[in-house]
Ligand binder design. Structure first.
Ligand code: GDP
Ligand code: IMO
Ligand code: MG
Length: 430
């Protein structure tokens, strides 16, 4: 039985939610393994739209086990709100179908506040974060002072942990002229949410091992995209976790051998939300057209996404850094009706041609895309459910992308709807 990792191969919002939902029919377990509620994954089923941020997309399809792994940062207040919202849409959520890793770190109010203050200040670098407290929470995890989900179960030992965390944060807050936080107030905050979260807590490493031994198919749901990876992305304009496929193992407590197939979700053009380099960004009416036609507004923050042509350089690099076996190409329909379509096949940097995204911030900002121009198609691909329905020029475009990135198209998506999907190669049958 194959286990599949779904990862974003660009700057996020490639359509991971739709593809995870589609694939989850064939899976038994769906696992989130990094990020937090900075993600915004959209599922559209029979015209009804579901927007998930922290919860795995597998929840919407009944009868599947969904898991929030240790690599995720969990905001307990947000958790309660998202569970309520989805239940309001008729989605069943119980400790039977949702588990949270006991060793996942918590996002607390002070993380959210710090994220927002940094983003709002005139000094330092603006990343354009989602202001969800993701970065500060991961900093505390790596700094070995985080409060973790399991700590909520033992109120007797919670106070010294809170004091250790606050000795760091209150020093920071004094320096920024902010009011200090009292240990009692934080104790109150944590104990008030404990009862909502503790019923879902489990030893996820053991649960997944048991499932795997029993022959279950596991689907790992990545958040963000490879270019937002803390190591491999456009640093420092990245998120604070590893988003590449290798993180699926560490962020869930399984060994790397648990992963059989990596599916890179890839938009047929490129978008990015937040600050940072974007070589193929279009500041013209075509960029505007892609944004309007593709409805490129953030799921969570409502921010307008920046749009541009497909960049084969970055996806080719992602195929390597995530070990992508095949891609799911999404939003091909958004290109319907364009006379000409450009693809970035390489970069120019200081008069030299290069075939990769350089690591330095200055060089990333300085690369100029080298384009090839393809003829567009006037027919519609929207809603196509078979390869035979695609116009010849669209097939040419897809084939050229495969050639440039060095990975085959395993799935093709032609609308937001669950069923408007073409399966070329089943990742679970690898
Ligand atoms: P994610 O973060 O990768 O899950 O992606 P988002 O949900 O943030 O953004 C993708 C958007 O594109 C959502 O609104 C989806 O409903 C929509 N979408 C997904 N696949 C397709 C497609 O093939 N065509 C079109 N037109 N929209 C799509
Ligand atoms: P999904 O899973 C697109 C971006 C933010 C910002 C940077 C850091 O829906 O694809 P953070 O709040 O993580 O510290 O912000 O990362 N970002 C995303 N962009 N899709 C996402 O998730 C994102 N999650 C974070 O806009 O540039
Ligand atoms: Mg998204």
């Amino acid at each position: 039985m194959a286990n599949v990792v779904v990862v974003g191969s660009q700057w996020g919002d490639e359509g991971k939610g739709k593809i995870v939902d589609w694939l989850s029919e064939r899976a038994d377990v769906v696992v989130r393994y990094q990020g937090g509620h900075n993600a915004g994954h959209t599922l559209v089923i029979d015209g009804v739209s579901y927007k998930l941020a922290l919860l795995p997309s597998g929840l919407v399809r009944g009868g599947k086990l969904s898991v929030i792994g240790n690599g995720v940062v969990v905001d307990p207040h947000h958790f309660v709100a998202e569970v309520d919202k989805l239940r309001g849409q008729g989605v069943e959520i119980t400790p039977e179908n949702l588990r949270i890793a006991e060793n996942a770190p918590l996002i607390l109010s002070l993380h959210r506040e710090l994220d927002a203050i940094r983003e709002g200040s005139n000094t330092g670098l603006r990343i354009g974060t989602t202001k969800r407290g993701i970065g500060p929470a991961y900093e505390d995890k790596v700094g070995r002072r985080a409060i973790r989900v399991v700590d909520l179960a033992d109120t007797d030992t919670l106070m010294p942990k809170i004091e250790r965390l606050l000795s760091h944060h209150n020093a920071l807050r004094r320096g920024m002229g902010l009011e200090e936080i009292s240990a009692d107030a934080m104790f109150e905050e944590l104990t008030s949410v404990a009862a909502d979260i503790l019923p879902f807590v489990d030893q996820v490493w053991r649960l997944l091992d048991e499932k795997r031994r029993a022959g279950a198919r596991i689907l790992f749901e990545g958040a963000q995209g490879a270019l937002l990876d803390n190591d491999h992305g456009t640093y420092p304009f990245v998120t604070s976790s590893n988003t590449v496929a290798g993180q699926a193992a560490a962020g869930s407590g399984m060994g790397p051998g648990a992963v059989d197939y990596v599916l890179g979700i890839t938009k047929a053009y490129t978008t990015r939300v937040g600050e940072g380099p974007f070589p193929t960004e279009l500041d013209d009416e075509i960029g505007e057209y892609l944004g309007v036609t593709g409805k490129e507004w953030g799921v969570n923050t409502g921010r307008k996404r920046r749009c541009g042509w497909f960049d084969a350089v970055i996806v080719r690099q992602t195929v390597k850094t995530s070990g992508i076996n095949g891609i799911a190409l999404t939003k091909l329909d958004v290109l319907d009706g364009l006379k000409e379509i450009k693809i970035c096949v390489g970069y120019e940097l200081d008069g030299q041609k290069i075939d990769y995204l350089p690591a330095s911030m200055g060089a990333q900002a300085g690369v100029k895309p080298i384009y090839e121009t393809l003829e567009g198609w006037s027919e519609t691909t929207a809603g196509a459910r078979s390869w035979a329905e695609l116009p010849a020029q669209a097939v040419k475009y897809v084939r050229y992308i495969e050639e440039l990135i060095g990975a085959p198209v395993a799935m093709l998506s032609t609308s937001p709807e669950r069923l408007d999907t073409i399966l070329v190669h089943d990742p679970f049958q690898d």
